[in-house]
Design a protein around this ligand. Sequence first.
Ligand code: SF4
Length: 422
Amino acid sequence: MTLALARKFPGTPLEDAVRRYPDVPRLIILKTDVQRRGVHYTEEAVSYLDPEKHQTTGTHIFGARDGVIALRPESLLLRDGTSIITTPTPLEENPYVVDLRDGRPWLFDAGVALEEVDYWPAPAFYGKDSSSGVPMKNIVSARPQRLNIFPYRYCTFWNNGKGCAFCDIVTQLKKGSKELKIPARLDPVEVGAVIGEALKEEGRFSTVFLTSGSIIGGSRPFDDEIDYYIAILKEVGKNFRTPKFPSQLIGTAFEKEQLKRLYAETGLTSYTSDIEVLNEELFNQHCPGKAEWIGYREWKKRLVDAVEIFGPGRVNTGLVAGIELAGPHGFRSEDEALERTLAEAEDLARQGVSTVLIVWSPRPDTALGAYKNASLDYYIRLARGLHALRVKYRLPIEHDSYRNCGNHPDTDLSRLLPLWEE
Ligand code: SF4
């Protein structure tokens, strides 16, 4: 059934926001709001999906906002190549609607046709199986221009129930192994072989990305995680002629000696370790496993240490933006949250560490799932603030850019506005 009909309607919330922020491109504001509110695909929009041509949902380590695993588009592309990474969201939560208009998918809000979109194209290797018979897309998945490796779909912070308050990795692991037959732990040799197959599609991919849940084991805490990443990156590196290759790893905040090994023994070129929220009390509350094993101040120190190894502009940290306002202990106002978050981000930027945001999607199987994320104005102001810090401290963000990641409204700004003025 078609839920949305195209009609002219000038005063949409989107166009109002576009007028309030003339320095931010309309498509970035739209992307941010679609990430904030989520999407609903009509039956017609789902019927447009062709698994031979388009990527379908299912391989990510985190779940959808409606908690359902079903055949739907993995996500959306705007006409300027901007990725929108968003998840299907229940209609009662007022998401944007994706419906067909003249036979093509469009984004609608309250019946108003806002923008034509495309579904992410399926890479050529998605139709193939690995040597052990696993579909290759269950070993390496793709964004429009990035290859994703999610080698370990569990996080040992959950061993004693201290996973992050916004995280549904364990629920998704159970669904993934039962409904999608995705291996919980990947074989590094097989990962390297699938990357090799993916790279046969010339000109498509700009980077290789690797992340998993934290692994606390080893002679030093997290040595097992480091060893596993090194084994995978070595296999991936066999596909490149140069010792280093464009790559990003999101891992736990490692000790300096561990980081040195990671850099020296592999082709890795950038390192991200997500602090999730820039406030010590909120970090302790929302990320108890990270607090127990590393601690807030030590997490920040290890980020700064990583700059010595990877270089300024090649180390960053991510925020699940909006959780700082959720619950009884969150900041009382968006103004206060902005001021305090940007102050801590500036302290990191001054020392060579960039901060990027993702728009928090409250997911049903999480401790914070009942709360709402922040306003569109908040996300726009935070994105502008984080971009301004990169300008001020001259921090490139290429490894987490619109092309190599696509999940950060703030890094989208770095391709459209000068990163710094000479
Ligand atoms: S570190 Fe936190 S967000 Fe990341 S996988 Fe573990 S529990 Fe989830």
